[in-house]
Design a protein around this ligand. Structure first.
Ligand code: UFG
Length: 335
C-alpha cells in the first residue's frame, strides 16, 4: 500500500460475492481488515465468500439498517449493481431501481449509521462514445446506455451527498475487468456470460464450438474492437488504496482504472490460443450494437492520487490467470 496504509474496518462490501467484489474482499482479508459481505446472491456466489455474509437485498431498507446496527461498519465498498449493457436497454426500469434507487437506500443507511466513507464501482461506460482516446477523467460523460446513465446518476448522487452531508466518496471508473486471483480459487463466473475472455476460454474447454467476433470492419489496425483489460487483483488493490485515501481525509476521488494498453478482440483470441494450446475457432459476425471501436484509459490520476500502477498488464498474463481458474473450476462456482 506504499504510504497510504491499511484501510480501517470494519468494511461492508456490497456485491462482495461477485467477481470484482470477491477479489476485493480477499485483498482486505489479507491485510487483516474485518469485512462483512452484503449480497442478494442474484449474480454473486456463496462459494466465493469466506467472511460473514448477509444475504440481503439493497431494496430491503429495514434489513439494511439492521446490518449497519449489527456490524457498525466504518466504510462501505459498493459493488452491488446490474451490469449488462444490453439488458439495460431492454429493461431500464430494473437498472434505475437496482442501481440508482438501491444506491440511495444504501446512502441513507450510511447516513443513519454515521458511516461516511464509500468507494464505488463506476465504469468507463459513463463516458459513452469517446470523443478522444485515450480517455482521461476529464473526458465528457455522455453515456449511451441506461447502464452507463445509472452509474453516472450514482456518481452525481454521491457528489451531492458529499457536499450536503459530508459523505467522503471515491468513484473508480473501470475499463474491462479481466483475469482471476493468483491463488486460483476466485475468478469470473457470470450467468449468462457475455464477456470476451471467459467466452473464449469456454471454447477452449469445449463448452462452445466457436467464438463470434462482433465485427471486423472497425477503424482499428486489425478491424476488431480494442479494449483496455485490467487485472481484477489490480482493481482490488485500487479499492483499498482509495479507501485509505478517503480515511486520511480526502473528500472525493474520481479515477479511471485501466492499464493504458489496448488489445483487439483478435489479439485476445490469439493470446488464448497460445496459452490453452487450443485452436479456438472464430467466426466474424455483424457488429454488436453500442460497441465503441476503442476504449483505452488515459490520465495519471490513479497513479498520482493512489500510488496505483497495475502490476499485470500483458494480455498473456491476464488470460493465463483466467485460464487457471477456468481449468480448476470448469463449471465456475457451480461445483
Ligand atoms: N466481443 C466479441 N465476441 C463476444 C463477446 C465480446 O467479439 O462473444 C467483443 C465485444 O464486441 C467488445 C470486446 O469483445 O469489442 C469486449 O467485450 P466485453 O463484452 O467483454 O466487454 P465490453 O467492452 O462490452 O464491456 C465492458 C464492461 C461493461 C462496460 C463496457 C463499457 O464489461 O461493464 O465495457 O463499454 F459497460
Amino acid at each position: 500500500m506504499d504510504n497510504l496504509g491499511v484501510p480501517q474496518g470494519p468494511v461492508l462490501v456490497t456485491g462482495g460475492a461477485g467477481y470484482i467484489g470477491s477479489h476485493t474482499v480477499r485483498a482486505l482479508e489479507r491485510r487483516g481488515v474485518p469485512v462483512i459481505v452484503l449480497d442478494n446472491l442474484s449474480t454473486g456466489h456463496r462459494a466465493a465468500v469466506k467472511v460473514p455474509l448477509e444475504v440481503v437485498d439493497l431494496a430491503d431498507r429495514a434489513a439494511l439498517g439492521r446490518v449497519f446496527m449489527a456490524y457498525r461498519p466504518t466504510a462501505v465498498i459498493h459493488f452491488a449493481a446490474r451490469a449488462y449493457v444490453g439488458e439495460s436497454v431492454g429493461d431500464p426500469s430494473r437498472y434505475y431501481r437496482e442501481n440508482v434507487i438501491n444506491t440511495w437506500n444504501l446512502l441513507e443507511a450510511m447516513r443513519a449509521a454515521a458511516c461516511r466513507d464509500i468507494v464505488f464501482s463506476s465504469t468507463c461506460a459513463t463516458y459513452g462514445d469517446p470523443v478522444r482516446v485515450p480517455i482521461d477523467e476529464t473526458h465528457p460523460q455522455q453515456p449511451i446506455s441506461p447502464y452507463g446513465r445509472t452509474k453516472l446518476h450514482m456518481e452525481h448522487m454521491m457528489q451531492d451527498y458529499g457536499r450536503a452531508y459530508g459523505l467522503r466518496w471515491a468513484a473508480l471508473r473501470y475499463f474491462n475487468a479481466a483475469g482471476a486471483s493468483r491463488d486460483g480459487d476466485l475468478g469470473e463466473h457470470h450467468e449468462p456470460e457475455t464477456h470476451l475472455i471467459p467466452l473464449v476460454l469456454g471454447v477452449a474447454q469445449g463448452k462452445r464450438p466457436e467464438i463470434l467476433i462482433f465485427g471486423d470492419d472497425y477503424d482499428t489496425p486489425d478491424g476488431t474492437c480494442i479494449r483496455d483489460y485490467v487485472h481484477v487483483d489490480d482493481l482490488a488493490d485500487a479499492h483499498l488504496r482509495a479507501l485509505s485515501k478517503l480515511q486520511q481525509g480526502s473528500p472525493e476521488l474520481v479515477c479511471n482504472l485501466g492499464t493504458g494498453n489496448g488489445f483487439s478482440v483478435r489479439e485476445v483470441i490469439e493470446a488464448a490460443r497460445r496459452i490453452t494450446g487450443h485452436a479456438i475457432p472464430a467466426r466474424i459476425t455483424p457488429r454488436r450494437a453500442g460497441d465503441p471501436s476503442r476504449l483505452v484509459s488515459g490520465g495519471t490520476r490513479a497513479r498520482e492520487l493512489l500510488g496505483w500502477t497495475p502490476r499485470t498488464t500483458a494480455i498473456e498474463d491476464i488470460v493465463s490467470d483466467a485460464w487457471r481458474f477456468h481449468r480448476a473450476f470448469p463449471n465456475g462456482y457451480s461445483f
